[in-house]
Design a protein around this ligand. Structure first.
Ligand code: SAH
Length: 396
C-alpha cells in the first residue's frame, strides 16, 4: 500500500502527466480525467492506467486544479509539512538580514504557500483552496520550525477569488504589530504586515536595495516608485548628497519619512506625484542624477496588456536615461509576470536607442536569493532587473 491510500483519487490525462514529469507541479482542469467530487484538500494522483503519481493539493474551482506535493511513497502529514518548512529555512540559514522570505511557494516545493519573516514575526499567504484546507498543518509547521512571536495570515490577494476563497487578514497565533522592524544590510527598516503591500514590504528587492546603497556616496539620486523607501533609505545611508523619492501613495511616503527620522537618516525629499508626470517634467527641465531607480508596479496584469505595459516601461526608462549624468547608474526593474526577460531587455534597448544614449549593462539582477526561481516553473521567477551605466558620448 502507498502512503496515499486513504485519499480521494484523481486520474490525470497524459498531457498533465507529461507536465508533472517535466517538473511543473500544476495540472489544469482540462487535464483531469474526472473530478473527484470531493472538497478542496489532499488527493492521490494516478495516471490513466492507475499508476500512482503522488500526493497533491486539489482546488475544485480553480483552473489550476491540482498542485503536486510529494511522491507516492511519502505521506503528506504534519511531519511532512514541518520537514518541508524546516528545509526551506535551512536553505536560508546564511542570510543575515532578519527580513527575508522563508517559503517561496512552488520554488520551495510548497505550491501556493508564501512565508515571510520580519524579525521575530512571520507573515504567510495561503493562495489556493488546497493549501487552505490543510492550514492547521501549515500553521503548526511554521510555529514549530520558526517559533515566531506571532503569525499573521495576509490572505487578501485577489488570486484567492479564483479559488473561491475569502480575502481576509487574520492572526493565526501570538501577536504581530502594525509596524515590524527588520534588518536589511546595515539598516533597520520597518514592515507593515497588516496593511502594507505584499506581506508588508518588498523583500524581493532586498539584495538590490543593499547593492544600491553602495552607489550612494556623494551622489544625487532619484528613487521612482519608492514605496516605503527600500532604495531611498539605503542610498541616503550610503552617503548620498540628495535623494528625491517619488510615489503616489501618501501613506508610503509618511512611513518612509518616519523610518528616516527614527534612524537619523537625512537628505531624502519625498514627493507625492504620478511618477510618469514627474519624470517627464524632470526630463524637460534638464534635471540630472547620478543614480536613478525605476521600480514600478506590475503594469502587465495579463497578456492583452503586454504591449501597453512595455510602452510604459520604455517611457520611464527612456526619460531616466536622459536624466543621468555621464557615468550615472540606472537600476531598473519589472515585476510583471507577463514581461519575460527577452521583452524586458528588448525594451531597455529601445529606450536607450530612442533616448540616444549608450548604456552599458553592468549587472543582470533579479529577485533576492530568498526568492529563488525553479527553472522548470517560470512563474516562480517574475522579477527582472538590471543595473545599467551610462557610457557617455552619443551614438551617431
Ligand atoms: N521600490 C519599492 C517598491 C515599489 S512598489 C521598494 O523597493 O520597496 C510600487 C510603488 O509604486 C507603490 O508604492 C505604489 O504606491 C507606487 N505607484 C504605483 N503607481 C504609481 C504612479 N503612477 N506614480 C507613482 N507611484 C506609483
Amino acid at each position: 500500500m502507498t502512503a496515499t491510500g486513504a485519499l480521494p483519487r484523481v486520474m490525470i490525462r497524459p498531457r498533465g502527466v507529461g507536465r508533472l514529469r517535466a517538473g511543473h507541479p500544476w495540472v489544469y482542469r482540462s487535464d483531469l480525467d474526472a473530478e473527484p467530487g470531493t472538497p478542496a484538500g489532499l488527493v492521490a494522483l494516478a495516471d490513466e492506467r492507475g499508476r500512482p503519481l503522488g500526493t497533491a493539493l486539489y482546488s475544485p474551482h480553480s483552473e489550476i486544479r491540482v498542485r503536486w506535493l510529494a511522491p507516492p511513497d511519502r505521506a503528506v502529514d504534519a511531519s511532512w509539512w514541518r520537514a518541508m518548512v524546516s528545509a526551506a529555512l535551512a536553505r536560508r540559514a546564511d542570510i543575515a538580514d532578519t527580513g527575508h522570505r522563508v517559503v517561496h511557494a512552488e520554488a520551495d516545493g510548497l505550491p501556493s504557500l508564501i512565508v515571510d519573516r520580519y524579525g521575530e514575526f512571520a507573515v504567510a499567504q495561503l493562495l489556493s483552496a488546497g493549501i487552505e484546507a490543510v492550514r492547521d498543518d501549515v500553521i503548526g509547521a511554521v510555529r514549530s520550525v520558526m517559533a515566531p512571536r506571532g503569525l499573521l495570515l495576509r490572505n487578501d490577494p485577489p488570486v484567492r477569488e479564483r479559488e473561491h476563497l475569502e480575502r481576509t487578514t487574520e492572526l493565526a497565533f501570538g501577536e504581530v504589530p502594525e509596524r515590524a522592524p527588520y534588518s536589511e544590510g546595515g539598516l533597520t527598516l520597518v514592515a507593515q504586515p497588516w496593511t502594507g503591500q505584499k506581506t508588508g514590504a518588498f523583500l524581493d528587492q532586498r539584495e538590490n536595495h543593499v547593492r544600491l546603497g553602495t552607489l550612494g556616496s556623494g551622489a544625487r539620486c532619484l528613487d521612482l516608485f519608492c514605496y516605503q523607501g527600500g532604495f531611498a533609505l539605503h542610498l541616503a545611508n550610503g552617503g548620498a548628497r540628495e535623494v528625491i523619492a517619488v510615489d503616489s501613495s501618501a501613506d508610503a511616503l509618511e512611513a518612509l519619512r518616519e523610518t528616516a527620522r527614527s534612524r537619523g537618516i537625512g537628505g531624502i525629499t519625498t514627493v507625492e506625484a504620478n511618477a510618469f508626470d514627474w519624470m517627464r517634467g524632470a526630463a524637460d527641465a534638464g534635471e540630472k542624477f547620478d543614480v536613478i531607480v525605476v521600480d514600478p508596479p506590475a503594469f502587465a496584469k495579463d497578456r492583452r496588456s503586454l504591449a501597453r505595459a512595455l510602452a510604459a516601461y520604455k517611457e520611464l526608462n527612456l526619460r531616466a536615461m536622459q536624466c543621468l549624468t555621464d557615468r550615472g547608474w540606472l537600476f531598473t526593474a519589472s515585476c510583471s509576470h507577463h514581461v519575460d526577460r527577452g521583452s524586458f531587455f528588448g525594451m531597455l534597448a529601445e529606450a536607450a536607442r530612442d533616448a540616444k544614449q549608450r548604456m552599458q549593462l553592468v549587472e543582470i539582477r533579479g529577485a533576492a536569493r530568498c526568492h529563488p526561481e525553479l527553472v522548470t516553473v517560470p512563474e516562480t521567477g517574475y522579477l527582472k532587473a538590471a543595473l545599467l551605466r551610462k557610457l557617455g558620448g552619443s551614438p551617431i
